[in-house]
Each structure stands twice: as C-alpha cells, then as structure tokens.
Design a protein around this ligand. Structure first.
Ligand code: FAD
Length: 309
C-alpha cells in the first residue's frame, strides 16, 4: 500500500536535509508519498517533489498546520493513514510529538528512533542509550515510526513528483496552542546537520576557556558540541549538548576535546564517520571509539592546531 513520509517542515520551509535522509532510509519499502503540512508551504511542497524517490507529494496548506501542533496534524494523518501500510517521519521534536498521538488514535504501536528498516515489518532501533540495538517485528496493519536520519545519505534532487492538495478539512487544535518559538541564532552550521563537529568537555574548566573549542570549530567550519558535564557546569549552552539526553549527531568528522567518553555521550556521536579524541588520559574510554587519538593537554594541543589551521 506504500509509505507516507511526513516531511520535516519548519515555518513554511521544508526541512530538506532530514526529509531527504528519511527518503533514503525508506528506499527499500516501495513507493513513498510525502506529506507537506504547514501554512504557505507551496514552495516547500515543490522542493519535496524535486527529491529523488518521491512518488507523490500531498500538500496540506492551512493555518491550522502552521506550528506542527500534534492535534491537527495527527487528525489529518489519521484520515490519510488508511491508504498506507507505513507512516514515517524524521525523528524531530515535532514528529516525536505527532506520531505517538497518531498511533494512539489508530490503536497501533509507534516505533521511535528507527535506525534501519530491515524489511516491511522489521525495524532496528537503539535501546539502553545506544548500547544495544533491538530488532522489532510489527504485526500492526499500519507501521508508524520515526527515523533517526543522521547516518543516512540524503536523497538527491532531480525528481519530478506530482503535487496533490489533500482533500481533508483542517481542524484547529482545541487542546493546545502555539505560544512562541525561541530559536538560537548562530552563524555556525546546525549541530545535527553539520559535516564537522568539535565538542568540548568538563576539562575546559570555564566558559571563557570554551572559546578554545569555538576557535577550532570556526577554523574548520564546524558546529560546536559539548558534553553534559560541560553544559551542566555552565561552560556551554544547553542546545550544544551531544548524547543520550542531548543531540544525536553523525558528522563526517567528530572531534572530542577533554571528553572522557561516557556511554551517555557516546550514544549521541558514535555513528560519526571519523572520530578524533584529544585527552590527556591515555586510558580514557573515548579512545576505544576514536579513529585518531591524541594523548595531550588540550590547552597546548588545541591552540597549536588552531594556529596551524
Ligand atoms: P569527565 O567525565 O569529567 O571527563 C573529562 C575528561 O577530560 C577526562 O577524560 C580527563 O582525562 C580529560 N581531561 C582533563 N583535563 C584535560 C586536559 N587539560 N587536556 C585534555 N584532557 C583533559 N553526558 C553527555 O555528554 N551527554 C548526554 O546526553 C548525557 N546524558 C546523560 C544521561 C543520564 C541519565 C546520565 C546519568 C548521564 C548523562 N551524561 C551525559 C553524563 C555522562 O555520564 C558523563 O558524566 C559526561 O559525559 C562526562 O562529561 P565529560 O566527559 O566532559 O567529563
């Protein structure tokens, strides 16, 4: 019956990277229709239609969908889902809010943070902070799941799918309302989409010293990440945290500076393609996952690297 992929939509813009990566993750399941729900999303729908691997774009353009509130989008999906065997979405904060509600409405289970679609019924997802991967077989009539997209290659452009308006009347939410978005402004790449991430840990010792990490990151055109210890100590803002209770990243290059490599940190970065660790303790667990390790004092090594770059 095919797959319905709920596109990542921010404001009126398509979250192209997450949507394109999700398309690659779903490639083995047959035809994929993409739902673009939002307010003023004609351009986003056209952009989605140009992605390779899209059969059809359904566009639900209505102010009720402007903020991706769970209630109106789940109501819409509950109607659309009857025509599909699978409803999936990148595991964004919005989708992690919408799809469980949809699953509840349809009385089926939801699978979150799927990292591999094994076959039409079988999905792999991390458990225990990424220390184990469980393979789940679903007998539900409609499989509903969110995808961790970081490690998938984004589907390219060059597609030319048809864009079809959704013939469903939008219902505004009666039980929740959007109040405000507080969006961090940064000239650096977005942490979860960056090709290079430089992260600092507790060893930095202060917010002022964390500038060493930022300086190296800026030389590399990288996003800045941090361990929870660095965030909890006030050296780095909360939205930089990488790990089990932070962000999940899988860049081409991850540089961990003064980070011990606790399992909760590894849970958020161990799928990175190349991991470089700088730590003065040669026994630090981070070296077990590192491709390149430098046993050194970061206060000497980082300024030297930044200077050389
Ligand atoms: P530390 O463990 O203190 O390590 C500092 C490292 O710096 C050490 O290896 C030391 O050798 C090295 N060092 C010290 N001085 C220098 C120097 N001058 N030069 C070079 N190296 C130096 N953590 C996360 O990061 N993300 C999470 O999302 C997260 N979620 C958690 C969820 C739960 C439920 C729990 C219980 C914990 C979670 N944690 C998380 C915390 C995690 O367990 C660790 O406490 C944390 O990752 C440690 O941060 P750190 O490596 O910066 O600090």
């Amino acid at each position: 019956m095919g797959v319905l992929l709920v596109a990542d939509v921010n404001g009126a813009a398509l979250g192209r990277d997450a949507t394109a990566r999700a398309l690659s993750a779903l490639a083995g399941l047959g035809d994929v229709d993409v739902l673009v729900a939002g307010d003023g999303v004609a351009a986003a729908a056209a952009e989605a239609a140009a992605l390779q691997g899209v059969s059809k774009v359904l566009v639900a353009d209505d102010p009720a969908y402007a903020r991706q509130l769970a209630e109106p989008v789940a109501d819409l999906l509950a109607v659309l889902a009857t025509g599909y065997s699978h409803v999936a979405a990148p595991a964004t904060a919005s989708a992690q809010n919408i799809l469980p509600r949809l699953a509840g409405m349809l009385d089926v289970m939801v699978l979150t943070n799927v990292i591999q679609v094994v076959d039409a019924d079988t999905f792999a997802r991390p458990i225990y902070a990424g220390n184990a991967v469980e393979t789940v077989k679903s007998t539900d009539a409609v499989k509903i799941f969110t995808l961790r997209t970081a490690k998938f290659t984004a589907a390219g452009a060059g597609g030319g799918a048809e864009v079809v308006p959704v013939p469903v009347a939008a219902k505004a939410s009666a039980s929740s309302a959007w109040v405000e978005d507080r969006i961090a402004v940064s000239e650096r790449p977005e942490l979860t989409a960056a090709k290079i991430v430089v992260s600092g840990g507790r060893a930095l010792g202060s917010k002022e010293n964390f500038a060493l990490i930022e300086g190296l990151a800026d030389k590399l055109g990288a996003a800045v990440g941090a361990s929870r210890a660095a965030v909890d100590s006030g050296f780095a803002p909360n939205d930089w945290q990488v790990g089990q209770t932070g962000k999940n990243v899988a860049p081409d290059l991850y540089v961990a500076v003064g980070i011990s490599g606790a399992i909760q940190h590894l849970a958020g970065m161990k799928d990175s393609k190349i991991i470089v660790a700088i730590n003065k303790d040669e026994e630090a667990p981070i070296f077990k996952v590192a491709d390149y390790g430098l046993v050194a004092d970061l206060f000497e090594a980082v300024p030297e690297m930044t200077g050389a770059l």
